[in-house]
Design a protein around this ligand. Structure first.
Ligand SMILES: [Zn+2]
Length: 137
C-alpha cells in the first residue's frame, strides 16, 4: 500500500498573499524577513546615488526611474537596512535579460550595484526582489 501524498498547495499560498493589499504585506514581510524599515526617500536610482531625480524635482520623464519603471522598477520602495544602509528595491513580475542589463549598466554609471533575491516581500512566489545599493568604496 502506498501512502498518498498531498502536493503543496502553492496556488492557495499565492492567493493568500493576493487577498491583501500587497503594499501592507510588503512592509511587514520586509521587516520580518530582512529587518528593513521603510523610508520615504525618493524611489529613484539617481536619488539613491545622491543625485537629483529628474522626474521628482523637474517633472522630466527621461529620468531613469521613469524610463526603467516598466517592467523593472515596478513596486519600487526605499528602505533602511538593520545596518543603517539606504537601499532601493523593485519587485517586478517579469523582465527580459535586456531590461536587466539596461538597469545594471545605468546603475553602474551611477556608482550603484544591483543584486537579485528570490525572496520577494511584495508578492512572494510571483515577484522577484531586485536590490540596488551604493557600491562599496
Ligand atoms: Zn528619477
Amino acid at each position: 500500500m502506498t501512502t498518498k501524498r498531498t502536493p503543496p498547495d502553492d496556488l492557495a499560498l499565492i492567493q493568500s498573499f493576493a487577498s491583501d493589499c500587497p503594499r501592507d504585506g510588503q512592509v511587514q514581510r520586509a521587516r520580518d524577513w530582512f529587518h528593513w524599515r521603510p523610508s520615504t526617500a525618493v524611489r529613484c536610482p539617481r536619488a539613491l546615488a545622491g543625485k537629483r531625480c529628474r522626474q521628482y524635482h523637474d517633472g522630466d520623464n527621461t529620468c531613469i526611474c521613469i524610463q526603467l519603471h516598466y517592467p523593472l522598477l515596478d513596486h519600487a520602495a526605499r528602505w533602511i537596512t538593520a545596518e543603517g544602509e539606504p537601499i532601493l528595491t523593485a519587485e517586478p513580475y517579469d523582465f527580459s535579460g535586456q531590461d536587466f542589463a539596461d538597469l545594471v549598466a545605468a546603475c553602474n554609471d551611477l556608482g550603484l550595484r544591483v543584486s537579485v533575491n528570490g525572496t520577494s516581500p511584495y508578492f512572494p512566489g510571483r515577484t522577484t526582489l531586485i536590490i540596488i545599493r551604493k557600491a562599496q568604496q
